[in-house]
Design a protein around this ligand. Structure first.
Ligand code: GAP
Length: 487
């Protein structure tokens, strides 16, 4: 399938079946903003849940780096979107979180400088900006990606605040609160899921680059001597999370950043990159970054914004010789009372995008094949092979026909799934083949059918979306059977 064609089909399916809609569509849409429909909200909730379970509730303690403790704490937080403006000065976002942009004086379009070669000239889409005779591109200019807002009624510059461009800072500034309130001991991790905002110059590729999006970030605080081992641990563990949830190894790469690519504070960063269908064959787009951030964040929030001088991180000074962006002045070091040692912990940060992960799972799941209908005639089938844990609906219940007590029995089974908290849909409209196809298209892994045999043996058929295998299962075991196959 052609690259664009495949992506167009995924976008069309997402709209047709209620996964993702353009925001404010009836008013012509709002570029860079997306709404999740009834199925999309469930899919995204399941992605979030799978991440939270892996990070917090079900994290195991078996395969930790050599020499590291075999058990470690993982806790969650939910911090505010608007934080003290000093946070963004100290973190570097105020000075450095910029893209270079160019404007066209002729058509008034704006482009990210690094996107110019792959963008279209609005006057002549077969050409790139700058290639048309009429193009008048400005020199590149810096553009800060943070959304600015105003607090209170006066609206002066002192009341300016920013929508957070990442969730991470909410965890760094609460480091002391968490240590003092929850008896965590290093190493430990703090995770949060929440909205972030970036005023992207050219939002594009469906939800991939949006202006409002959700992040799933975790800050893992550890002893400096163990930080490299933990970096490798989290990098590999995050790679495996995507594979476990259905991403194929052939579509996912782990790319270590070259030294020149590293942020000024970073000792190492690896990107998890996915072969999104809107990219050319052999190209990958960032799904998640796993960064070794050293002690940059805790030191900055304590001492003031840091910069690199002669290879060392030092507090950046203004013309007056004072810190250019002062920190909080609070001591954010950690005292290990067993080792009697005080130090500033190092941080490993796996930073994922919930919308990008959801998009990758959707793209990976999208399949077209041909399957025989009930009369044995081959029919085109569109199927989302989502991991059962991520599928918005886990099971559909059908009466084969609308009589002979079948709808009543099917309704009973439907309610049993509801009581068990398993997302279920009931459908008695149209031929059974069409009902199967409707469920395949939204990724429902199992379809349970009540037929004439049910009244005789108290069994139902269960059909597997991917293998199409149908087996009979006693009615009293069907809920446990489905639960057991969710993986
Ligand atoms: N705290 C580190 C941080 O924010 P990042 O690489 O800028 O790192 C982490 O962002 C993840 O957030 C990205 O890997 C991506 O999945 C997601 N993300 C970033 N910008 C995005 C955007 N404009 N639209 C959708 N997702 C985005």
């Amino acid at each position: 399938m052609a690259v664009e064609n495949r992506m167009d089909k995924i976008v069309a399916l997402a709209k047709r079946r209620g996964f993702i809609f353009q925001s404010s569509e009836i008013y012509g849409g709002q570029n860079g903003f997306w709404d999740y429909g009834p199925l999309g909200v469930e899919l995204k909730r399941n992605v979030r849940q799978a991440w939270w379970s892996d990070m917090i509730t079900e994290h195991d303690e078996i395969s930790t780096p050599p020499g590291a403790p075999t058990s470690f704490d993982m806790v969650g937080v939910e911090t505010s979107i608007i934080m003290h403006p000093q946070v963004w000065k100290v973190s570097g976002h105020y000075d450095l979180f910029c893209d270079m942009m160019v404007d066209c004086r002729e058509c008034k379009a704006r482009f990210r400088q690094d996107h110019v070669p792959t963008s279209q000239c609005p006057l002549k889409p077969s050409k790139a900006p700058g290639e048309h005779d009429k193009c008048q591109l400005t020199a590149p200019r810096e553009f800060n990606l943070m959304f600015k807002t105003t607090l209170g009624a006066l609206g002066t510059e002192e009341d300016a605040a920013f929508l957070r461009p990442e969730t991470a800072q909410g965890m760094f500034v609460n480091f002391k609160n968490i240590c003092d309130s929850s008896r965590v001991k290093i190493p430990f991790g703090v995770a949060q899921i929440g909205k972030s905002f970036r005023n992207e110059i050219t939002p594009r590729n469906f939800t991939f680059r949006s202006r409002e999006f959700e992040q799933m970030e975790m800050e893992f605080f550890c002893h400096p001597s163990q930080s490299l081992a933990w970096y490798q641990y989290w990098r590999d563990r995050r790679y495996n999370w995507y594979i476990t949830h259905g991403i194929s190894k052939s579509n996912l790469i782990l790319r270590e950043h070259a030294k020149e690519e590293l942020a000024h504070y970073s000792v190492g960063t690896a990107d998890l990159e996915y072969a999104f269908p809107f990219l050319e064959a052999g190209s990958y787009g960032e799904l998640e970054g796993v960064a070794h951030r050293g002690d940059f964040d805790l030191r900055s929030h304590s001492e003031g914004k840091l910069c690199k001088k002669d290879g060392e991180l030092v507090v950046e000074l203004g013309a007056d010789g004072k810190p250019r962006h002062p920190g909080s002045g609070k001591d954010l070091s950690y005292f290990d009372d067993q080792a009697r040692e005080r130090y500033v912990p190092h941080v490993i940060e796996p930073a994922a995008g919930c919308d990008r992960a959801t998009l990758a799972f959707l793209c990976e799941a999208y399949h077209e094949d041909q399957q025989p209908d009930e009369k044995g005639v081959m029919q085109e089938r569109l199927v989302l092979k989502l991991h059962p844990r991520l599928a918005p609906i886990k099971v559909a219940v059908f009466p084969l026909i609308k009589k002979d007590g079948m709808p009543e029995k099917a309704a009973e089974i439907y309610r049993a799934f509801k009581r068990a908290g398993i997302a279920v849909q009931y459908d008695q409209q149209a031929a059974i083949g069409r009902r199967y196809r409707r469920m395949d298209e939204i990724g429902t892994p199992f379809c349970v059918t009540v037929d004439s045999e049910t009244a005789v043996s108290d069994t139902v058929t269960i059909r597997d979306r991917d293998t199409l295998e149908q087996i009979r299962v006693p009615v009293k075991e069907i809920v446990d059977h489905v639960r057991g196959r969710m993986g």
